[in-house]
Ligand binder design. Sequence first.
Ligand code: C2E
Ligand code: MG
Ligand code: MG
Ligand code: MG
Length: 293
Amino acid sequence: TREMNASVEEKLVLLDGLRNAVQATLDGVAGSPHGAHGNFRLLYQPKIDLKDGAIFGVEALIRWQHPEHGMVPPQRFIGLAEESGLIVEIGDWVVREACRQAQAWVDAGLPPVTVSVNVSARQFEEARLVERVARALDDSGLRPELLELEVTESLIMRDLQKSVAKMRELKDMGVSLSIDDFGTGYSSLSSLKTFPISRLKIDKSFVSELADNPDDQAIAMAVISLGHKLNLRVIAEGVETEQQRAFLRENECDEMQGYLFSRPVPADEIEAMFDRQMAGMSARQQHGGALAL
Ligand code: C2E
Ligand code: MG
Ligand code: MG
Ligand code: MG
């Protein structure tokens, strides 16, 4: 049908653009002929400790900066990148760029910031993933402890044994792993205990109605208690309101991330947040006050 042709056509155009944007990003030449398709950049969203309100890490989130379409969100292109295999190159760039930025923050004298990178299925399964991560750490000089990879249950379950073996290799290198969108996938509790992970991330679908939906409250509380019994840190994503934050804090969730504190922002804004945080801390120390929150 005509609609099918149109959508195939649209996909081909998008794929072509994506391929060129990968090239432009790798060449680092946004102004070159490739630059007509734009390039990729990373935004960073702070992760907050619920006990003291301090930023302890950031999640790197990719954007495709397109000259005509503006900032293209990942939902529009990650699927296609995955299907076409381009995700391997894109993902490798994300890991390298995130490591470079995290080390730049170390060099600038910021307190240690863990940078989390989302890894998709095909990228995770690629034979050289561990080698690529090791290279990124080596080239940037970043301590492996400051890198975290976010994977999903569905990704792990595609080939449980292989996934766990690969996660173990990464963990042995000093890199930490967390389960993203926890509660939306299909991993069994018996397999969960074999994952060499350090953190569970409660999916934002359970957080959005947390203030008044008893089912979501029950799920959040169950994930927090399960995580703690397995010795894992628990973070909630998509926290937008004060009520959600209060509920999570009362129920001993460790960390949060969401628009309430900050949207994903460019790297220099993260630095500004740290400056404000450190200024606030020394002001509170001088006045002998406790931390706000
Ligand atoms: P995710 O890893 O679960 O990331 C969380 C998403 O929720 C992000 O959307 C973030 O901007 C958004 N978010 C954060 N706080 C809030 C909030 O308070 N309310 C709401 N409504 N949303 C919030 P984003 O950046 O559009 O990314 C969407 C998904 O795309 C990510 O979900 C992740 O699965 C994927 N993605 C992003 N960057 C990368 C990447 O570099 N590589 C890969 N493979 N996937 C990526
Ligand atoms: Mg994530
Ligand atoms: Mg998530
Ligand atoms: Mg999510």
